[in-house]
Write a protein that binds this ligand. Structure first.
Ligand code: IPD
Ligand code: CA
Ligand code: CA
Ligand code: CA
Length: 258
């Protein structure tokens, strides 16, 4: 795809995200309708669903031949990744959205024939949009982000999801101990945005395709490694234990997870 076409798609998606942010902020001011999905720790709200519908309508109008993978099920059932595939997480960090009205993001990714092309993480309450891809570079709003410093595990903060630390899965308590400190923000999008801007040097969590679709494109564009927790390539349509990290931190973590 030429640069002009890519810029045009980028501007279009940014427009959707600006409108969707306003939509979410408006809906937040009304009473939320909260339901449990698989458990009391896995919530969905009317805003997750409405925002996914809002974004999918726009994607379908803009590119009717694409496949769309959306967390709340308003997209397509996808079994293969050829052609254009959009990945949508309407509210990433729904628990934070419900309990804090803060620390959540809207995420969109575009893959073409399985290759990451454009990724977007919109941190709604800070009004910070992380965007870009391999042909454009990575931006926080209008500002281009440099590759983060390649710090080892001991020299930075690491994000690890609560359940992984509590169960000490993959020796995560040792990983936490060897880092400068552990953080758990409760939104994959927010955590990955912190790696892009150098505030964290790694993040490990069990994730589904819509949790890492956008972040993977942005992180890899900045030279970060995005793999399974044991260092294997990540399937675009599969859920897995995912590690996003600087190269050095990844090298330090792999022998610990075994
Ligand atoms: C969740 C968040 C959370 C991660 C979970 C995800 P959701 O996304 O990203 O940080 O630990 O695995 O499911 O369901 O709030 O979009
Ligand atoms: Ca969810
Ligand atoms: Ca998510
Ligand atoms: Ca979600």
């Amino acid at each position: 795809m030429d640069q002009g076409q890519l810029q045009e798609i980028d501007q279009t998606v940014k427009g959707w995200l600006r409108d969707s942010r306003k939509f979410v902020l408006t809906k937040m001011a009304e009473k939320l309708n909260v339901a449990e999905k698989s458990s009391r720790k896995d919530l969905v709200t009317n805003v997750d669903k409405a925002n996914e519908q809002f974004l999918i309508e726009r994607i379908r109008q803009f590119s009717p031949d694409s496949q769309i993978l959306g967390e709340e099920g308003f997209g397509d059932k996808i079994t293969e990744t050829s052609g254009w595939v959009w990945v949508v997480d309407p509210i990433d960090g729904t628990m934070n959205f419900v309990k804090q009205q803060d620390h959540f993001a809207t995420m969109i990714a575009l893959y073409i024939d399985g290759q990451g092309v454009l990724g977007y993480i919109n941190d709604i309450m800070n009004d910070d949009l992380y965007s870009g891809g391999p042909q454009l570079g990575v931006f926080k709003n209008e500002q281009r982000l440099p590759a983060p410093a390649n710090l080892g595990l001991a020299d930075g903060l690491i994000g690890i999801s609560g359940p992984l630390i509590l169960r000490n899965q993959f020796n995560m308590q040792i990983v936490a101990e060897k880092s400068a400190g552990v953080r758990a923000y409760g939104s994959a999008g927010i955590e990955i945005s912190h790696i892009l801007s150098g505030k964290l040097n790694g993040y490990i969590s069990y994730l589904k395709p819509w949790d890492f679709g956008a972040g993977k494109i942005l992180a890899e564009t900045l030279g970060l490694s995005v793999t399974t927790v044991d260092g294997k390539p990540l399937g675009m349509l599969s859920s897995d234990f995912v590690m996003v990290a600087t190269e050095k931190a990844q090298r330090d973590i792999l022998p610990i997870v075994g």
